[in-house]
Write a protein that binds this ligand. Structure first.
Ligand SMILES: Cc1cc2nc3c(=O)[nH]c(=O)nc-3n(C[C@H](O)[C@H](O)[C@H](O)COP(=O)(O)O)c2cc1C
Length: 180
């Protein structure tokens, strides 16, 4: 069994950036940690602490991620992810709650980290092309959200996710120590 597993779903690479950063930030011998793309997940890997990462698609995570989350029992678990449509505490909390709904009560949930992640330029172009055809105020709003996300994840996000990783590792240690 590994000590740490960083499993992620990433369509365009944003969440992968966070996953790599977390994996690098875990300071332990190489054979105690693993970075896994959820698409190659076969259910055989096991760990004490799971960092589970995903991108937000229509407000939720993918079925593969849901399968992984709901298969866990008696584990330390943290979530991370990237989203394109909102950078507020409330929005991130909602994303956490949506994913947490799949996590069994016998796990120890440690926390979550979300940041903005740029969307493909085709999506911006599609919104641009709608100008004049339907509510321009809404289109401007969507375009401004896409523009906000366009430079993320940035160095500041990567620094924050490193701090988050340290915090999760300490929490997991304290939790484990309390039960030995
Ligand atoms: C088809 C599609 C649907 C999306 N739906 C949402 C959404 O509902 N909420 C949101 O905040 N971001 C949404 N996004 C933005 C992505 O979650 C964001 O760009 C993310 O960083 C992509 O991560 P990845 O590069 O790891 O795949 C969507 C993006 C695409 C392409």
């Amino acid at each position: 069994m590994k000590r740490y597993l960083v499993a992620y779903a990433s369509e365009t690479g944003n969440t992968l950036m966070l996953a790599k950063e977390i994996h690098n930030a875990i300071n332990c011998p190489k054979d105690e940690k693993e970075l896994v793309d959820i698409r190659s997940w076969n259910g055989t890997l096991d760990a004490e602490l799971y960092f589970i990462g995903f991108w937000i698609n229509r407000g939720s995570c993918s079925l593969e991620i849901i399968d992984l989350i709901s298969s866990l029992h008696g584990k330390n678990v943290a979530f991370f992810g990237t989203c394109g449509l909102g950078d507020s505490y409330e929005y991130h909390k909602m994303l956490e709650q949506n994913a947490r709904a799949w996590l069994a009560e016998d796990n120890n949930f440690l926390g979550s980290f979300f940041c903005l992640g740029k969307m493909p330029v085709e999506i911006r172009n599609r919104y641009e092309s709608l100008r004049g055809n339907c509510g321009d105020v809404q289109i401007d709003f969507m375009l401004s959200m896409l523009d906000d996300a366009a430079s993320h994840p940035d160095n500041q996000d990567l620094l924050q996710v490193r701090l988050f990783t340290d915090e999760m590792l300490i929490k997991a240690e304290n939790y484990t120590a309390a039960y030995i």
